[in-house]
Design a binder for this molecule. Sequence first.
Ligand SMILES: Cc1cc2nc3c(=O)[nH]c(=O)nc-3n(C[C@H](O)[C@H](O)[C@H](O)COP(=O)(O)O)c2cc1C
Length: 189
Amino acid sequence: MLRDLIIKRRSYRRFHQDVPIELETLRELVDLARLSSSAANLQPLKYLLSCDPVKNTLIFPYLAWAGYLKDWPGPCEGERPSAYIIILGDTEISQSFGCDHGISAQSILLGAAEKGLGGCMIGAVQTKGLREALGILSRYEILLVLALGKPKETVAIETVGPTGDVKYWHDDDGIHHVPKRTLDDIIVG
Ligand SMILES: Cc1cc2nc3c(=O)[nH]c(=O)nc-3n(C[C@H](O)[C@H](O)[C@H](O)COP(=O)(O)O)c2cc1C
């Protein structure tokens, strides 16, 4: 059921780094994005794939993880992503990418969840450094990085409490808690 898949698709930030993801798997995930909606059907998104440990090492330093978890610097060696899909906007097709990359990212992460994988959209990217590290041409705008792997953490969805605090948090057992607003809070009429 779609609802089950949407619930399964959490943002995961700790992975079994030793479990590889094949290039063909990444291509299947991008194919889901290819079939997704695009404003004016321009399809301006392009994708850079990495499932190679050396290339992954080049990408990792330019990503910021879980800004609310001040005491957690991001996944340690051994718990880092096995693969990345970098979503690029081709400026030779369009100058603005609207919400195409959000739709694309959700399609890819739902596909990953269906395959028993998990991941996280990373918008906090040091794009200049990443561009230089991978030699990404200037015609491509770096829009989002999707980190992917076999999840190594448990994520629990909570309800936002009376204080209205939406910050996710880790408990002593390492479980990642994510507060979500209630349905009545978000339907305004
Ligand atoms: C556009 C976008 C950018 C995001 N950027 C980051 C990021 O830079 N680093 C990070 O750790 N998580 C990032 N996230 C993940 C959010 O923190 C996550 O979606 C949120 O905590 C809710 O958790 P959930 O995805 O499990 O529902 C991003 C999510 C979105 C939609």
